[in-house]
Ligand binder design. Structure first.
Ligand SMILES: NC(=O)c1ccc[n+]([C@@H]2O[C@H](COP(=O)([O-])OP(=O)(O)OC[C@H]3O[C@@H](n4cnc5c(N)ncnc54)[C@H](OP(=O)(O)O)[C@@H]3O)[C@@H](O)[C@H]2O)c1
Ligand SMILES: *[C@@H]1O[C@H](CO)[C@@H](O)[C@H](O)[C@H]1NC(C)=O
Ligand SMILES: *[C@@H]1O[C@H](CO)[C@@H](O)[C@H](O)[C@H]1NC(C)=O
Length: 308
């Protein structure tokens, strides 16, 4: 019995999990912190009232990583969900990984810490695990462009980390040139770049550039056009190549898309507020795609961004 238990403990350790384990393995960031390799996405203004239950469903299903942003206006609801799961004893704070983001109208160096404190108050937390600059584009409150260099914003991010308000700092929607400017002019290299990646926008070059700089990559809008999104985008859910891979592994096409991203060492952020889909989206850690299947899905690339 003892032997069996320690074998289980070693297995758990090996997988980077413990206790009421999360389902996603973790990856070590360039600052030594560990990040769970799949996160719950939470963007959608009409879904704000559903985010508290979505967080509960997600933690119960084995998620340990939640992705939000000041922009999403849902940090308060997410905070309630986190408070629920902590009270229920499903997880301890240190087993959770919470990511939030600095919005474009708070890029001035002295606004960064204040903006993070505001997010923390809404989330009901005293630190987040990862704070990202949402975009390199600085804006005024009216949305007009502001003349603030993201190198100054990054200094504010470093201050937030020094104060212990976030464990790790990173960027989102940055290209290689912008990352290299930070690298050349700062003490801290971003731990993460969060960018749009899915089968119609595979981003091989930017991903390779990030990996070459030891920067982890989070993949947003991971389902691309494999979920309902605009008209006439192909390939879609009924693509025969995807259906055949899905059949082989007894998985859905959307699960194959997530596995494709995981097998490329990316950290997908599937968003759902529906309990069954939240469960399905993390049930992707019991199989791998072959290099051939990964190449087939990568061949769908059209460099098509959902947001432009
Ligand atoms: N950094 C950035 O600039 C940035 C930009 C965009 C997004 N993000 C982050 O990335 C997350 C994900 O991106 P996203 O929300 O654009 O798109 P997504 O996660 O690729 O797709 C979400 C859509 O797919 C549906 N869906 C989820 N699971 C499904 C399943 N198993 N089968 C069928 N449909 C399913 C969802 O509906 P239901 O909810 O009804 O299931 C929703 O309509 C965001 O929520 C946000 O956290 C970041
Ligand atoms: C296929 O997947 C479904 C849903 O996850 C499961 O209920 C079923 O037992 C699986 N079938 C096989 C043959 O593994
Ligand atoms: C996508 O962009 C890359 C890099 O610019 C280019 O090499 C490739 O041909 C493009 N693919 C498509 C399908 O447009």
């Amino acid at each position: 019995m003892k032997l069996f238990l320690s074998a289980v403990a070693i297995f758990a350790l090996f997988n980077g999990i413990s206790g009421l384990a999360g389902k996603a393995p973790t990856k070590v960031l360039n600052d030594g912190n560990k990040i769970p390799t799949l996160a719950l996405g939470t963007f959608g203004f009409e879904d704000i009232p559903k985010m508290r239950s979505a967080v509960n469903y997600a933690i119960e299903a084995g998620y340990r990583h939640i992705d939000t942003a000041a922009l999403y206006d849902n940090e308060q609801e997410i905070g309630k969900g986190i408070s629920d799961v902590l009270k229920k004893g499903l997880v301890k704070r240190e087993e959770l990984f919470v990511t939030t983001k600095l919005w474009n109208d708070k890029h001035a160096r002295d606004q960064v810490v204040l903006a993070l404190r505001e997010s923390l108050a809404k989330l009901g937390l005293d630190y987040v695990d990862l704070y990202l600059i949402h975009s390199p584009e600085a804006m005024n409150e009216d949305g007009s462009p502001a003349n603030i260099d993201y190198l100054d914003t990054w200094k504010g991010m470093e201050e937030a980390k020094q104060l212990g308000l976030t464990k790790s700092i990173g960027v989102s929607n940055f290209n290689t040139e912008q990352i290299d400017r930070i690298k050349a002019n700062s003490k801290t290299v971003p731990a993460v770049n969060q960018i749009e990646i899915h089968p119609s926008n595979t981003q091989e070059k930017l991903v390779a550039d990030c990996f070459a700089r030891n920067i982890a990559v989070m993949a947003y809008s991971p389902f691309g056009f494999f979920v309902k999104r605009g008209e006439g985008n192909k390939p879609g859910n009924d693509d025969p190549r995807m259906v055949s891979i899905a059949k082989k592994y007894n998985k859905s096409v959307t699960q194959i898309v997530l596995r494709y991203l995981l097998d490329r060492d990316l950290i997908p952020i599937p968003k759902s507020t529906n309990q069954a889909r939240i469960q399905q989206n993390i049930d992707v850690f019991d199989f791998h795609l072959t290099p051939q299947e990964i190449a087939t899905i990568s061949s769908f690339n059209k460099n098509t961004s959902i947001f432009s």
